[in-house]
Write a protein that binds this ligand. Structure first.
Ligand SMILES: [Ca+2]
Length: 199
């Protein structure tokens, strides 16, 4: 039993190596699109008790800064909704982040995310929107009045979309000026089962 199991493991490892070799040889950029990943903004690691300001075109792991500037908040700077890090959608100005991932056309996807706002400066009401392939799917707002770095008061929001292509771009954009924006973290994407038919 132990022997056959280790043989099976070796076979899987060999298969993975072969797959890796094939992937390395295949060049098309479209092949880099994969499943939705790191909705918690944990990679790369931002400076602890501080943050990194990123500008349009730069990456946060699988995310791209789509416009303006955003702050990747490091561990300990303020409360994260999940893990250690989160994103302030305003760096020095309104910014946006987006991630493109594989989808099945016609399939329904549910996006959940944690929303708060940077309470260090005004305006108190931080606003933004969720974008699917560049289209506005949901406006959101969060009042940072009374909130602190140790108690940001995250709330969970949800939005649903039906994929129209084999890849979909999910984005979060600030619509408030200044350096203190909406904060997002713990973004999750789940696909509905192929048939959600009701009886
Ligand atoms: Ca996080």
């Amino acid at each position: 039993m132990a022997l056959s199991r280790s043989l099976a493991v070796a076979a899987v490892a060999a298969a993975l190596l072969a797959t890796g070799a094939q992937t390395a040889m295949a060049a098309p950029s479209a092949a880099t699109v994969s499943r939705f990943d790191d909705g918690s903004f944990e990679y790369p690691t931002a400076p602890a008790n501080s943050f990194s300001t990123l500008t349009a075109g730069q990456s946060i792991g699988p995310w791209k800064v789509a416009s303006g500037t955003v702050d990747l908040i490091g561990a300990g700077f303020w409360q994260a909704a999940e893990g250690d890090q989160s994103v302030d959608l305003n760096g020095g100005q309104a910014g946006a982040v987006a991630q493109t991932f594989t989808t099945i056309p016609g399939r329904t996807y549910t996006v959940t995310y944690a929303l708060a706002a940077n309470p260090a400066g005004g305006p108190a009401l931080k606003t933004g929107k969720v974008l699917v392939d560049g289209q506005n799917f949901q406006d959101f707002s969060f009042d940072s009045t009374g909130k602190t770095f140790t108690a940001l008061g995250y709330v969970q929001r949800q939005v649903t979309f039906v994929a129209t292509a084999s890849a979909t771009t999910l984005g979060f954009a600030s619509t408030v000026p200044g350096a203190y924006g909406p904060v997002i973290d713990d973004v999750r994407v789940t696909a509905a089962s192929p048939c959600s038919c009701s009886k």
